[in-house]
Design a protein around this ligand. Structure first.
Ligand SMILES: [Cu+2]
Length: 328
């Protein structure tokens, strides 16, 4: 009887654990180990739950007092064997979970000797990514099946990088360089979330990880690398596009339609209103957005662009200042 109850409870709980898709899609090698630990833990929990439920259900029916029975039960003074068992078995189970976790963590921390290294800058409330050839972007592009190591920096407060489909989280800590290894296994688009409450805009501190076929990634990174070294107009356009400026700003030369920030088509009037020379105004607006806040707009322009390499910043400013400088 006891055994049949345990089997039924165990089967139902296992079905709930197995058939309901609790976990996000698996898209990295690191996630495989994490999921394994998760399933080991779940198996242990299901077994103990089945055992305890069976004993409780069995006892409730088997040892129920008769309605007119007011006597005390027999006095019981512990059971040394049982006590040793219920101390030792959980200790062993916890050690199993601990050892499995340690193995997975150690394996997941290995980036591989020729991993692609990408610099990540986190700041209230945006992410910025810089690739080995200095291309910068607001979305993270990764080649599938290649070891990647993210090197994370925070410029203000604690942030935490998390892509649920990749499994691991890593804090970005001001004044410290932290690392996160990812080996993507599936082409696709995955959300990047900040998982450390970092201020008012925490909930919108999101971006996207785009996992691409290796050849497509190589072509993209080569092309963007060439564009940022090209003439200022071309380089500026590349920096503008890759860093997501168009998502928030209208700017005709880029064909962008973002409505979060002011239009960048009338920068001259805006500079005059701010009482600054055009180029200084534009540069300052990008590097230090809070220096002059356009009235009627939220203060949400990311400050991460101060991290742009100098040539890219110059090219971006030229691109925005436009015609009078480049003569075309
Ligand atoms: Cu954050």
């Amino acid at each position: 009887m006891l055994v049949s109850i345990a089997v039924v409870v165990g089967a139902v709980t296992t079905a709930i654990a197995y058939f309901v898709p609790w976990l996000p899609e698996q898209a990295s090698e690191q996630r495989e180990g994490i999921d394994a630990v998760f399933w080991i833990t779940t198996a242990i929990c299901v077994s103990i739950f089945a055992l305890v439920s069976a004993v409780i259900l069995y006892s409730v029916f088997k040892f129920r007092a008769k309605p007119d029975d007011d006597t005390d039960g027999p006095p019981i003074h512990g059971h040394t064997g049982l006590e040793i068992a219920w101390t030792a078995i959980p200790a062993i189970l916890v050690i199993i979970i601990g050892v499995a976790s340690a193995i997975v963590l150690a394996r997941n921390d290995r980036g591989g000797p020729d991993a692609l290294r990408i610099q990540v800058t986190a700041q209230q409330f945006a992410w910025n990514f810089r690739y080995p050839n200095n291309v910068t972007s607001g979305t993270l592009r990764l080649p599938v099946h290649r070891d990647v190591v993210l090197q994370l920096r925070a410029l203000d407060v604690l942030h935490s990088f998390f892509v649920p489909q990749f499994g691991q989280k890593q804090d970005a800590v001001p004044g410290e360089l932290t690392k996160l290894a990812i080996t993507p296994t599936k082409v696709g688009k995955y959300p990047i979330e900040c998982t450390e409450l970092c201020g008012l805009g925490h909930a919108v501190m999101r971006s996207q990880a785009v996992v691409m076929p290796a050849a497509e990634y190589d072509a993209w990174i080569r092309q963007e690398g060439k564009r940022i070294k090209g003439p200022p107009g071309q380089a500026g356009a590349a920096v503008f596009e890759n860093n997501g400026c168009g998502g928030c700003h209208v700017f005709s030369p880029a064909n962008s339609q973002g409505q979060v920030g002011p239009s960048l088509n009338e920068l001259e009037q805006q500079a005059r209103r701010a009482g600054k020379p055009l180029e200084d105004f534009v540069r300052e607006s990008i590097v230090e957005p809070e220096a002059y806040l356009e009235p009627d707009y939220p203060n949400v322009m990311p400050k991460t662009f101060a991290q742009l390499p100098a040539e890219q910043l110059d090219a971006l400013v030229q691109y925005l200042v436009g015609d009078e400088e480049s003569g075309g």
